[in-house]
Design a protein around this ligand. Structure first.
Ligand SMILES: Cc1ncc(COP(=O)(O)O)c(C=O)c1O
Length: 441
């Protein structure tokens, strides 16, 4: 029997009972369940970095806005599918004030979480042109988007951006676009899981090629404003949240309220369709929709059959939060900046104990400290590393399920880690290093 920070035999038993062949290959939810069971059996608290969920209370302004709306009786009424007008106006103001882009209110749509926005967009984008049937993911990425493709029976291709930063991105993207099969591209920025952020030059490359090849860019801004190296929190004042929308007029933005307003439970997000795309007509759409106009087909042909709109009261919650942010009364970046502070401490503890950050730079600048970071341990594959770390009271997920080619990489999420756990993290990582000496070859 080995001596490990968490009782070895108990952990081993629980893994056996779970039926998992390897912790390193398990899904996020399987790891969650396993760690819940180990914590219960041992009474030990894990450093839980597997799930990307907000670790903060919901925005009070949102909660109050929602309560007020419920008291007024909105629960009894179907909301308009395209969203309540005051919300549409606030979304349009928000993207102007925090991104410096102009989008008419008609293209500003509430969705049931950003997840529904992407689902709806995937449904439509594969139907724009007869000859184009493939979505391109700039990976690493959020595995659920690929799951959405599988469930819809849609084709996708992907590449790991690790080796294609800067100008190299142009050639790589163009090699896909030239096939004539790609209708759209999706990436998240800041990126889940690696927390890399595209530079303005890279966004320009993506935007220019989107226009040249008439490809729609889906920019997932689930972590809006959370590259804390710059202050994107002041309405109407630069710097603005970087976006491809400044370099092409062929885009859809997904802006989640889950992380930035800690409002994941109410399942409300925003889909922002550029003025140009909203009005664009595609003959092929008529095979499935009442109109060949993209925006009309999105609202009345896609969101309608999916959910007939978004929770009425949650729309008022989002309206209240956006209005407060737009009016300069809610600094939403300040509310979440603690994730960055924790990431800085945690990354240092990992590095001090022999670990390495996998996605470590944005071209020539160290990556930001934020919601996620990635790490590896010399000489170990991700699966092996996760299988071992579980005995040291540390849980996370492998990068392999995110489309990354870095087979050594692990994703760590900072959100649930409490300040008083840093001491445990330090001692566990120290023990890990002692037990797994790094051999220099
Ligand atoms: C990159 C990315 N996109 C989308 C989502 C889902 O957002 P929502 O909760 O608004 O559906 C997440 C949530 O973790 C995410 O990380």
């Amino acid at each position: 029997m080995r001596e490990t920070p968490i009782h070895f035999e108990t952990v081993k038993d629980k893994i056996k009972l779970s039926g998992l062949k390897s912790v390193g290959r398990a899904s996020i939810r399987e790891i969650k369940k396993l760690v819940d069971n180990i914590e219960k059996a041992t009474g030990e608290r894990y450093i839980r970095m597997e799930m990307g969920i907000p670790g903060l209370p919901p925005s009070k302004i949102g909660v109050q806005g929602q309560i007020d709306a419920l008291k007024k009786g909105v629960a009894a009424k179907y909301p308009d599918i395209h969203g309540v007008q005051i919300l549409k106006d606030e979304i349009s103001r928000f993207v102007k004030l925090f991104m410096n882009i102009d989008v008419r209110d008609e293209g500003c749509l509430p969705t049931v979480g950003s997840m529904q926005g992407s689902f709806a967009a995937f449904l439509m984008l594969g139907r724009l042109f007869k000859e184009r049937d493939t979505t391109l993911f700039i990976d690493p990425g959020f595995p659920v988007h690929k799951m959405q493709h599988r469930v819809l029976g849609l084709k996708f291709d992907s590449f790991d951006v690790y080796n294609y930063r800067g100008e190299k991105l142009r050639e790589k993207l163009e090699s896909y676009f030239k096939t004539g099969k790609i209708h759209s591209v999706l990436y998240s920025n800041p990126n889940n899981p690696s927390w890399i952020c595209f530079t303005e030059d890279e966004l320009k490359v993506i935007g220019e090629l989107a226009t040249k090849y008439n490809v729609v860019i889906m920019e997932d801004l689930a972590y809006f404003g959370m590259d804390f190296r710059k202050d994107y929190s002041k309405p109407g004042v630069p710097p603005y949240q970087p976006t491809v929308a400044r370099y092409t007029d062929n885009y859809i933005l997904f802006i989640s309220s889950s992380k930035v307003f800690s409002y994941a439970g109410e399942r409300i997000g925003m889909m922002v369709i550029s003025n140009n795309l909203f009005k664009s007509r595609y003959e092929n759409l008529l095979e499935h929709y009442p109109s060949d106009e993209f925006g009309y087909a999105m609202v009345f042909g896609t969101l309608y059959p999916l959910s007939s709109g978004t929770s009425h009261s949650a729309q008022y919650a989002l309206t209240a939060m956006l209005k407060a942010a737009n009016d300069g009364e809610l600094n939403f970046v300040d509310e979440v900046i603690d994730y960055g502070r924790k990431a800085k401490i945690m990354k240092k503890l990992f590095i001090d104990n022999g670990f390495e950050i996998v996605y470590h730079t944005d071209i020539d600048e160290p990556i930001a400290d934020g919601f996620y970071f990635t790490f590896s341990y010399p000489g170990m594959h991700a699966e092996e590393l996760l299988d071992e770390l579980i005995y040291y009271g540390i849980s996370a997920i492998s990068l392999l399920i995110t489309g990354s080619e870095r087979s050594e990489g692990i994703r760590a999420c900072t959100s649930l880690i409490q300040n008083d756990q840093m001491v445990d993290l330090e001692s566990r990582l120290f023990r890990f290093k002692e037990d797994h000496p790094i051999t220099i070859t």
